[in-house]
Ligand binder design. Structure first.
Ligand SMILES: [Fe+2]
Length: 285
């Protein structure tokens, strides 16, 4: 089966608008129709991808990420844990995944399915590509690394009471606690972040070419107050006021950081990739 990663002509900024508002725009529909090859049309539908869709329909039916049942989260996580590149029409022989090829470090994005309550998508990171530190307001996000090795850094905001520290710097910086700061290599378990825990603000850095399958519920939506913000992080003790008098002791200081919101960084601009894998068969509502 021939599978390829095709670049669209139009550059897109961060998550494409169609994914942010939960609708498929005309360009995306045209993209799917025009680029689906005969080989891909013959591709059998992936049982796991279809199961993922059916489960998402159930898990995200309320449209409220804070309302997710732990057993539903576990069900979805288990499906993703078992998914491989082939379930989304990819294979490791694709040129993009060859670690010896270096060059463009922009991130690619493809949408497999999106609706008002959730989206299923894949991010393609070549070696040295970065998805900068960003948040997921009011969302639950499942991330499954399908191939590659990447460094993940993730923070959660420190709640108001805990951060009532007389040493808080007089700026827009906000205290956050480090939840993850390590290297992940596929195959590895699915990571889950929640609206206020699990590392809601995260950054991915590709050490080798990576593909990350994400389930995001609900999706980004400017209209519904879920826009994406970007941050730079500063070690807790770097700032003069992060020392004497702090409520956070020296031993714990390495687990905290100050996050400052920044303009959308250059690395956040992604290019669109047409999804060429097995199609989801929509079930009746
Ligand atoms: Fe993310």
């Amino acid at each position: 089966m021939t599978t390829r990663i095709a670049r669209s002509r139009r550059e897109i900024s961060r998550t494409p608008r169609c994914a942010r508002n939960g609708k498929t725009n005309k360009k995306d529909k045209r993209c799917k129709r025009n680029t689906r090859s005969k080989e891909v049309q013959r591709a059998p539908s992936s049982n796991l991808l279809q199961r993922l869709y059916v489960t998402c329909e159930d898990v995200f039916k309320s449209g409220d990420a804070a309302d997710l049942n732990p057993s539903d989260v576990q069900t979805l996580r288990l499906i993703l844990d078992n998914m491989v590149l082939e379930d989304v029409g990819l294979c490791r022989e694709i040129k993009f995944f060859n670690p010896a090829i270096e060059g463009d470090t922009r991130v690619g994005y493809t949408s497999i399915y999106q609706c008002k309550n959730y989206s299923i998508c894949i991010f393609f990171l070549p070696t040295n590509a970065v998805i900068p530190l960003h948040n997921h307001p009011g969302m639950t996000v499942f991330s499954k690394l399908l191939i590659g090795t990447m460094h993940v850094k993730a923070y959660d905001w420190v709640n108001q009471v805990e951060s009532e520290d007389s040493t808080t710097p007089p700026s827009k910086m906000r205290l956050a606690k480090l939840k993850a700061n390590g290297i992940f290599t596929a195959p590895c378990d699915t990571s889950v972040l929640y609206p206020t825990s699990g590392g809601n603000i995260h950054e991915f850095r590709a050490i080798t070419p990576c593909a990350i399958l994400d389930v995001i519920g609900p999706p980004y939506s400017i209209e519904e107050g879920r826009d994406c913000s970007y941050y730079k992080d500063i070690p807790y003790q770097t700032l003069p006021m992060g020392g004497k008098g702090s409520l956070i002791n020296k031993e714990e200081a390495g687990s905290y950081g100050w996050l400052e919101e920044i303009e959308t960084p250059e690395e956040a601009h992604m290019y669109g990739v047409c999804y060429m894998g097995p199609q989801i068969i929509e079930t009746a509502p």
